[in-house]
Write a protein that binds this ligand. Structure first.
Ligand code: SAM
Length: 309
């Protein structure tokens, strides 16, 4: 049975400010309340958000938005873009990933929990307790509830460019404290304690990476932390796994020094770089060694933990 929802007033939709050009939409959805099904509500809300972002984009361009001068959204809403690669993998992402990870003997869950466990340890050392978490490039939302639970956060928001992946995320990993938003309608509000991002930047074209860093930075509170995980191109096993992965064909990897440079240029100071996941399942008896070797660039993945400067 379809979920029944009553639309909220426009002025309450994701903190948008209603403008005159959108009052028609506002009055049309508030001449109720009237029941509509969940998917229609989502579509209307996203249409409102897109329109809202367009207004704010225009305001930023013409410098009419007090306090937001000079802050450029990641890209113009609705800007022409090829269909995101991950739209075609939305429902089959799990299987495609499992095939490429097979050589490690481990599955997606092992790596996701391993990243969050390590991040949690680092945050503990810093006495940093995030109440709000952003998953930038959340894909099908698999990690979002793990992040919220594993780090003890109250809210989590997943952002992605793939509509299809976001639809899967909403279907499989929705909760009252979790939201999923398309990048086109996401406006960074400087209200997140922590941003997490895994395996995304190697899919972002080189020319767009600085703007992606900017949007993460603008999402964070002052001194907020950014946990950026990437595949380590210095490890031959990583390159092998990526060569077997259907959706990594167009990937352009980043080494840890390149990631640090990108983050520093984007207004972050580096807290630490840690390399993880050295041994496959067949060598799990010696995995404890990974906790001693994290500074050596051996792991198949690394985290650069950075603070909004
Ligand atoms: C390999 S998947 C990783 C998904 C998820 N982070 C995980 O660990 O399972 C890469 C994701 O990055 C997203 N992506 C690609 N370019 C992006 C961009 N410019 N901004 C945000 N997400 C992007 C893709 O749509 C895809 O969902």
């Amino acid at each position: 049975m379809m979920e029944t929802t009553f639309l909220r007033p426009y002025s309450k939709v994701s903190g948008c400010d209603a403008g005159s050009s959108d009052r028609k939409v506002y009055s049309c959805v508030t001449s109720g309340p009237r029941p509509i099904d969940g998917s229609s509500a989502q579509a209307v809300v996203e249409a409102l958000q897109r329109s809202c972002c367009e207004m704010r984009w225009n305001a930023v361009q013409t410098r009419q938005l007090p306090g937001r001068e000079g802050i450029e959204p990641l890209r113009r809403p609705q800007e022409a873009m090829a269909e995101p690669l991950f739209d075609s993998y939305a429902t089959a992402y799990d299987q495609a990933l499992a095939r490429s990870l097979a050589a490690s003997g481990e599955g997606r869950d092992y790596f996701a929990r391993g990243r969050i466990g390590w991040l949690s340890r680092r945050l503990g050392e810093l006495h940093f307790k995030p109440a709000s978490v952003l998953d930038f490039g959340c894909g099908d939302g698999f990690t979002v509830p793990l992040l919220r639970e594993g780090l003890g956060a109250r809210t989590a928001v997943g952002v992605d460019v793939s509509d299809e992946s976001l639809a899967v995320a909403r279907e499989r990993h929705a909760s009252e404290s979790t939201t999923y938003t398309h990048l086109d309608v996401y406006w960074p509000a400087g209200d997140q304690d922590l941003a997490y991002c895994n395996g995304v930047f190697h899919h972002i074209p080189l020319a767009e990476r600085a703007r992606a860093v900017a949007i993460v930075r603008e999402s964070l509170k002052p001194n907020g932390l950014f946990s950026l995980w990437e595949n380590n191109p210095w490890n031959p096993a990583t390159l092998y796994v990526m060569s077997q992965c259907e959706f990594d064909k167009d990937a352009i990897t980043l080494s840890a020094p390149e990631t640090r440079k990108l983050l520093r240029a984007g207004g972050f100071e580096i807290v630490c770089t840690d390399f993880r996941f050295i041994f496959p399942r067949a060598l799990r008896m010696i995995r404890k060694l990974e906790d001693l070797l994290f500074r050596a660039p051996l792991g198949t993945q690394y985290q650069v933990l950075a603070r909004r400067a």
